[in-house]
Design a protein around this ligand. Sequence first.
Ligand code: PHB
Length: 390
Amino acid sequence: MSKPIGSLVAAVAMTTALTGPAVAEEFKIGVLLPFSGVYAALGEHIENGFKLGLEHFKDDLGDHTVTMVRDDTEANPGSSLAKAKKMILQDKVDAMTGIVSSAVLAGLRDTVDAAKVPLIVANAGNNMMTGERCSPYVVRVSFSNGQVNRPMGKWVYDQGKKKVYLMAPDYAAGHQMMEAFKSTFEPAGGEIVGEAYPPLRGVDDYGPYLTAAKATNPDAIYVFFAGGAAIKFVKQYHEFGIKKDIPLYASGFLTSAAYVHVEGEAADGITSILHYTPNIDTPENKRFQEAYQAAHGKVGSEFSAQGYDAARLIVEAIKASGGDKEAFKTALRNASFNGPRGPMKIDPATNNVIQNVYIIKNEFKDGKVHQSVLDTIENVQDPVSGCQMN
Ligand code: PHB
């Protein structure tokens, strides 16, 4: 005999009273990205990826919800700090994400740490923020500047390039990436024959820098540039006509899928290193690329993948914490999953991601740039470098 409805309702009410009701929580996420200036393309890709990640993994949220507030950081530490403070104090966000520039990240670190509002870094690679100045509230799902450049010094030396000239924008990311290259190139026996650090903004002509580099007669040049600066640099290097004699090696942001189609033939022959390339042959990457291309009519880049993984990290932490906002903060630091770039795991000793890094060949044929993986360096993990979680 079936139970009368009245007693069923009573039974449900009793269970709820014993275990406590499951509260559907709203997680408000502040998205801080450059939507204008030299890194605007990066911001657009990260935001697109973030929204796609929320869409793909929303079922894991259960009854909880994620809402977004967003603001433009350009690549400006001063205005970014004011905008982050507004998000924390006025919008009362539960977490923030985004941040492209290492300088912007450095400017936010103390505010985030003091407010105990987690920041899920979706780009900026500043080593210090998961090193000497690490914080339990700064979790990086993207890369560190050391991680995605360090293996390249020895690799380039092993290609027979013994004398290398370095070039990168004059701010934290540029210097840290070149230092990382040097840290394996010099011990291998290589010699840095010169280096130049042009300003991040406002350089229209890299000609004088290239003239100075050529004069040192290097076997190769190693550079980092991203966004609008990368497009300009790659085109001007090509027009300068030295690539055959002095091959160009780079941190892979130089030929990001976000803009390598604009560089076109000028990207031919560049060898780069990065934690993502659109052709990774896994079900996770296929799902990501198919959906991204269907939604935006263009290939998803490392920046889009970083945004996508930031969303997934947030969703997984909400799920693991059952919606408890304190437990959510800890759960962010203990996540691991297979993303579009391959296996990834947050290292709780530093809060930087552990991931594969790929050496990539750029070839221009049949009217487009083809990027293929020459080598994979698995599970690259940063040294603790003075990080003491408080
Ligand atoms: C950084 O400032 O940390 C940065 C910016 C753009 C990139 C990579 C790193 O493509």
